[in-house]
Design a binder for this molecule. Structure first.
Ligand code: FE2
Ligand code: FE2
Length: 235
């Protein structure tokens, strides 16, 4: 059963849990003059996710679907949503559109450039290109209006915590990376963290785990100083 939570003004988190999975999966719907989805969740969860989206907006009005990187949990349902929404286009990073979305998506994608801003009406989506976080095509989106960073697989935690929290979950976040090895080299991670610091987000809308508020500097410091980057694990 999907749960829906408004995490900032007219920004909704849709979260789906799968029995036995250590992670929960979120995507986000921005309700504005130009309606946007950030991530879609898995294709196999489409029926469940669509029911949730319908409670927020008319899915046929979706104009853009932001793809932070090409992975099933990020964009597995994208063609289902594009089929429902005749004017919807995917948005990906330059590498993402070139390598995957141009072929995979049923409608031509839009390529986001570094720091480009997309005006949705009340919300303004800014794109930060973040290669190798944690795929080479990765990018993040930041809403200038509400200070919300759609951080994809940065700042994630395992387990099903609250939808949104201002509690310190540094240890949960660090252990998620130390056990998964999901983050790339220190060089790539620090580059992404520099870009995040520059926009100064107040809300971290993670793709896994709770949405985090009020402690951005604490979490950035932990990712800079703790042993989370470039950890090789035996697959
Ligand atoms: Fe990912
Ligand atoms: Fe993910």
């Amino acid at each position: 059963m999907a749960t829906i939570t408004e995490i900032a003004e007219d920004i909704y988190r849709v979260n789906i849990e799968f029995p036995g999975k250590p992670l929960t999966y979120s995507f986000f719907v921005i309700k504005d003059e130009i309606p946007v989805m950030v991530e879609t969740g898995f294709g196999r969860a489409f029926d469940e996710s669509l029911e949730a989206v319908k409670k927020i907006i008319d899915p046929s009005t979706i104009r853009y679907v932001v793809v932070p990187h090409f992975e099933a949990d990020e964009c597995g349902a994208i063609n289902h949503y594009l089929a429902l929404a005749p004017h919807a286009q995917p948005i990906g990073s330059p590498i993402g559109t070139r390598t995957n979305l141009t072929d995979f998506a049923i409608r031509p994608p839009v390529t986001a450039q570094e720091n480009e801003v997309l005006d949705l009406g009340r919300h303004k989506l800014r794109f930060l290109i973040a290669p190798y976080i944690h795929q080479w095509d990765s990018m993040l989106a930041f809403d200038d209006t509400t200070g919300t960073l759609f951080s994809s697989d940065i700042f994630i935690q395992h387990g099903s915590g609250p939808a949104i929290t201002d509690q310190d979950v540094t240890e949960e976040m660090v252990s998620a990376y130390q056990s998964s090895g999901a983050l790339p080299s220190r060089l790539h991670l620090d580059s992404a963290l520099n870009k995040i610091e520059a926009v100064n987000p107040t809300t971290l809308a993670c793709h896994h785990g709770s949405v985090l508020t009020g402690r951005t500097a604490t979490y950035i410091k932990a990712l800079r100083e703790r042993d989370v980057a470039g950890i090789l694990i035996d697959p």
